[in-house]
Write a protein that binds this ligand. Structure first.
Ligand SMILES: *Cc1c(COP(=O)(O)O)cnc(C)c1O
Length: 384
């Protein structure tokens, strides 16, 4: 059989092409930092923080070195006792647990909702004990977790809520009160990552903390910079976790592009929805009507998990790359075996790991490429 070839090489993400469009502005930003030689805590860091805060509806932004440090710093700002429990989703990137574990806190998993992939509020409620010190919600793949229910649980039990917003920068959530809030600005602390492949990525590692509380913002700034209130005056044990001036300068350029990029991702997602909604045997991403979705990933689920790897292979042979986020649930990772969880304990997370597949989605994916991808998915289903 002669395989068709894609209209132009398809990538999961095309950062080189995205950056080529911004090349003059990126070069200028780099040149400026080079000439200023203010590589640590240069002016671009504060400027970027202010601009991102404004974009996120007037949130305080404390930049740091990466999204995992942001989670660590968020937890440090809560002053939890040793061994306190931190409730995290059973279906997430491992960094969410790692930060808690490294601080001597105990990650406690809660299963997720099968349709939205996000933390199930009922599972959070049943995971609460007198030792619970924090709840970390992850806005997986670009859509907010059930912030209405999670905020209520947080308030009722007096347990701080952290939002891991590495994948949903710019998403908003509408509460039943009518209030609309940006993801990351609802809980006590929000965190995000500027890892290159995130919706707002830099050209290396970067991250930030978000909060609407100015005292907490000051504390987070301090913790991220050796716990110092001013140079050589250390109030707390902190981290060396700063966003490089160079990355901040590049992020200022990329932030200007974020609204257009988000709209482009949403348009790609809408076209996938239209083409794939009626394909038997697969489910398109569920939309929570209260949340906008910034489509960090476009993740389909197969009804028959045993066919997932075959679909991935079929698409690979057609020149269509796909990814499995995430192939193994966190409780099945050897590093977290000490938590003592058994297979079958988080059935939704386990099922999702076997059944999900993320299709290429990025702002420069062309209609032609997308039609080729959806035809590829449809031709696999026709093989049944
Ligand atoms: C990427 C990511 C992180 C970690 O961010 P880094 O900047 O790579 O440390 C944390 N949580 C989630 C959900 C992520 O997707």
């Amino acid at each position: 059989m002669i395989l068709p070839v894609p209209p132009s090489p398809i990538q999961l993400l095309d950062l080189a092409a995205e950056h080529a469009l911004l090349q003059p502005a990126l070069n200028e930003a780099m040149q400026e930092v080079l000439e200023s030689a203010a590589f640590i805590q240069g002016p671009a860091v504060g400027q970027f923080a202010a601009e991102l805060g404004e974009y996120l509806g007037g949130t305080h932004v404390a930049p740091c070195a990466n999204g995992t440090d942001a989670l660590t710093l968020a937890l440090m700002s809560l002053n939890l006792p040793d061994g306190a429990e931190v409730i995290v989703p059973a279906f997430t990137y491992v960094a969410t647990l790692e930060a808690a574990a490294l601080l001597g806190l105990r990650p406690v998993l809660a299963d997720v909702h099968p349709d939205t992939f996000n933390l199930a509020p009922a599972a959070v409620e049943s995971a609460i004990t007198p030792r619970t010190g924090a709840i970390i919600a992850v806005h997986l793949f670009g859509q907010c977790a059930d912030l209405e229910a999670l905020r209520t649980i947080s308030t009722q039990h007096g347990i701080p809520l952290i939002e891991d917003n590495a994948q949903a920068i710019g998403a908003t959530f509408r509460f039943s009160s009518g209030e609309i809030v940006f993801a990351g600005a609802v809980g006590d602390v929000g965190t995000t990552s500027f890892f290159p492949s995130k919706n707002l990525g830099c050209l290396g590692d970067g991250g930030a903390l978000l909060t609407r509380d100015s005292d907490r913002a000051a504390l987070l700034h301090q913790l991220a910079n050796h716990g110092q209130s001013r140079k050589y005056h250390h109030q707390r044990i902190g981290l060396n976790s700063r966003l490089d001036t160079l990355q901040a300068a590049l992020l200022r350029v990329k932030l200007r592009q974020l609204p257009a990029n988000t709209a482009a991702r949403q348009a790609v997602a809408a076209r996938y929805d239209a083409a794939l909604a009626t394909v038997p045997g697969l489910t398109i991403p569920a939309r929570d009507p209260r949340s906008s979705h910034v489509f960090h990933q476009y993740t389909i689920r197969l009804a028959d998990a045993s066919r997932r790897d075959d679909l991935q292979g079929h698409l690979r042979r057609l020149g269509v790359p796909t990814m499995i986020y995430y192939p193994l649930p966190v409780h099945a990772q050897p590093a977290y075996a000490y938590l003592g969880h058994q297979a079958g304990q988080f059935p939704v997370a386990e099922r999702l790991c076997g059944a999900v597949l993320s299709l290429p989605i990025h702002p420069l994916l062309t209609r032609e490429q997308q039609e080729y991808i959806t035809a590829g998915v449809q031709s696999f289903q026709a093989l049944e």
